[in-house]
Design a protein around this ligand. Structure first.
Ligand SMILES: [Zn+2]
Length: 109
């Protein structure tokens, strides 16, 4: 395996630090011998997200896989409850929706 950044040699390590909302998680992964870039293992990152959610913190940036639901003629997206709490969202809040390539960005205003 070579580093996707500089094509240097990757070494297996078990001391990658992931900082999530002020909490430090130590995870397994690989580190580049040349540029020192760290690549946490996907399952370790997922595990960290699970732990972080138990602690009530939400790693950023994070990715969730959800489906839309159908309501009337439109599609509805339900915001996960912990995200709702963390961002203090409510139904009176105005949001801005923008399109960025295939990404939909929802911002609170
Ligand atoms: Zn590298």
């Amino acid at each position: 395996m070579t580093c996707p950044v500089c094509e240097g040699k990757l070494h297996d390590v078990d001391d990658i630090t992931l900082e999530v909302e002020g909490y430090i998680f130590i995870v397994k992964g690989q580190r580049c011998a040349s540029c020192k870039e760290e690549f946490p293992l996907e399952e370790e990152t997922q595990r960290t997200i699970t732990v972080a959610r138990k602690l009530g913190v939400w790693p950023e940036p994070m990715k969730l896989y959800r489906r839309f639901s159908k309501s009337g003629n439109g599609l509805v997206f339900r915001v996960p409850a912990d995200l709702e709490k963390q961002l203090q969202l409510d139904e009176k809040m105005e949001i801005a929706i923008s399109k960025n390539g295939n990404k939909l960005v929802i911002e609170t205003t």
